[in-house]
Write a protein that binds this ligand. Structure first.
Ligand code: U2F
Length: 486
């Protein structure tokens, strides 16, 4: 028998939307670098694969494209979840078909482990059929994972369709009274909407996940033990899953497998989350020499753009307080900024001392580790939260979907590393001004900065040689690269 057949062949299935595939690839790179004898076949859609930073050829990671589920000549409605729903309908066959292809392209070296985004509950069944471990990555917080895990308990407790009055009362109800492990400040209204209900493909997938996740050989997350202590303890030691392994923050331990392909001079080991760090608009140059903790950085992630009235409220607040800022906003949304804003703040003049800089993509990880950045106005996407913690920059969150509300509440009320906006909307200009001033100029802001700096130290400790994330990673490596059974 060909000795090749005894080598681990790990297939890795990515969710191609939002910032899900990048952290999974980041983890894959670390595993692949630590296990040079193992082969890693990485699966996502062609569009997603094209946006990722794969190592150059001749490494042990090979990308494969899977069908995105979009029918030919499809016209999109513009709803952010539409491509997600189409993709979900194409699973699991798009994956299982591509797995076959990878096996035959690797001399029929059979699959020894299935890693995937935690969303893909159906891979638990595929893995069981071929008798290999299933190792899902939950790309968000341990806390939101726990809330999803307890979907049925939460639905049973709050009842099928609470009427408005009941919802009002329940809203303030603290979850800890019935959801084990969650921090005491979390309320019903902070839960991801998909936990409460919904019959589309996306909430249905998450509900299925809540049932199947316990079949995982190990569940891993981009977080670290110390950040979410009570939930981590609960998920680690209550036998909900066999093994629970927080191995983050990923952005502090990302490995660049093509050392020559990227300029590493501007950063230490941290490069922006798998997306080749590029700074075409010179954000870092623009930041140079600014006062410490004086600049606001703004981004609402890859899925959502705030509606025009909220963009206007934030833009006016920034102008009113005069704080320097860098705003990352996709080109498709720029026309929604208020009339004349770009000219007034000097973003069109390419001037080093303009009040603001509006760009379509920023080197976020690098910006958040720059001492001039003093606040991050964010949607509370988990990668952004982890990057802000790693950089020691307090946040102002305006959550929109999924786990973002949970993350925003952790930031403001559990960790005390950020300010809420009064009434929650950016359209409330005074509310935004007040939040910015609290973080940038008040004593309270200093306290937030101290707290997040101490979390940053904990994050660095977690990924140091004796740290919890490092130890959890060793355990993960063993599981993922265990030799295939014969
Ligand atoms: C989904 O989140 P998003 O993709 O909307 O947002 P993040 O998790 O915050 O990730 C955005 C990433 O894009 C990077 C940034 C983050 O790594 O550094 N980035 C950048 O480098 N430059 C830019 O100008 C803008 C962004 C989902 F919507 C959330 O609810 C989930 O929490 C999240 C993780 O599952 O996925």
């Amino acid at each position: 028998r060909d000795h090749h057949h005894h080598h681990p062949h790990v297939v890795v299935a990515a969710f191609p939307h939002g910032s899900h595939a990048a952290p999974l690839l980041s983890l894959t790179r670390r595993l692949a670098a630590a296990a040079p004898n193992a082969t890693f076949s990485f699966f996502s859609t062609s569009k997603s694969n094209a946006s990722l930073n794969f190592p150059a050829a001749a490494t042990n990671i090979t990308p494969y494209d899977v069908d995105d589920g979009v029918p030919p000549n499809h016209v999109f409605s513009g709803h952010p979840l539409e491509p997600v729903e189409l993709f979900i309908k194409a699973t699991p066959h798009n994956f299982t078909k591509a797995f076959q292809e990878a096996v035959s392209r690797n001399n029929n070296n059979k699959i020894s482990c299935i890693m995937s985004d935690a969303f893909f509950w159906f891979l638990a069944e595929v893995a069981a059929d071929i008798n290999v471990p299933w190792v899902p990555l939950w790309t968000a917080a341990s806390t939101s994972l726990s809330l999803h895990f307890y979907t049925d308990l939460i639905r049973q407790t709050i009842g099928p369709a609470p009427d408005d009055a009941a919802t009002g009362e329940m809203e303030e109800a603290l979850l800890m009274s019935f959801v084990p492990g969650v921090p005491s400040a979390l309320r019903l209204q902070d839960i991801p909407a998909e936990v409460i209900g919904g019959d589309h493909a996306f909430p249905a997938m998450l509900h299925k996940m809540s049932h199947f996740i316990a079949r995982a050989t190990a569940v891993t997350v981009n977080s670290f033990d110390h950040l979410e202590p009570s939930v981590t303890q609960h998920l680690k030691y209550s036998n909900l899953f066999p093994t629970f392994l927080p191995v983050g923050p990923f952005n502090l331990i990302d490995i660049d497998m093509n050392n020559n392909a990227r300029d590493n001079s501007s950063t230490d080991s941290s490069t922006s989350n798998n997306l080749v760090a590029h700074d075409p608009d010179g954000c870092l140059h623009w930041l140079a020499g600014r006062e410490p903790a004086s600049v606001a950085y703004i981004s609402f992630g890859t899925v959502m753009t705030p509606p025009p009235p909220e963009l206007a409220g934030l833009a006016e607040a920034l102008e009113a307080i005069g704080a320097p800022f860098i705003w990352s906003i996709p080109d498709r949304a720029k026309h929604n900024l208020p009339q004349g804003f770009l000219e007034r703040i000097g973003s069109t003049s390419d001037h080093d001392r303009s009040q603001g800089k509006v760009v379509s993509w920023a080197p976020q990880v690098e910006l958040l580790s720059h001492e001039a950045v003093g606040v991050f106005v964010s949607h509370g996407g988990w990668n952004s939260v982890m990057e802000s913690v790693s950089g020691g920059v307090p946040l102002i969150c305006r959550p929109f979907l999924g786990d973002q509300r949970t993350n925003a509440r952790l930031v403001s009320h559990v960790w005390g590393i950020g300010a809420d906006i009064k009434d929650g909307r950016l359209s409330n200009k005074e509310g935004v001004m007040e939040a910015l001033e609290r973080v940038l100029k008040s004593e309270e802001g200093k306290v937030m900065r101290d707290k997040i700096k101490s979390l940053k130290e904990q994050a660095k400790k977690a990924v140091s040689p004796d740290g919890t994330s490092t130890k959890n990673f060793s355990q993960l490596l063993k599981i993922v690269t265990s030799p295939p059974s014969q």
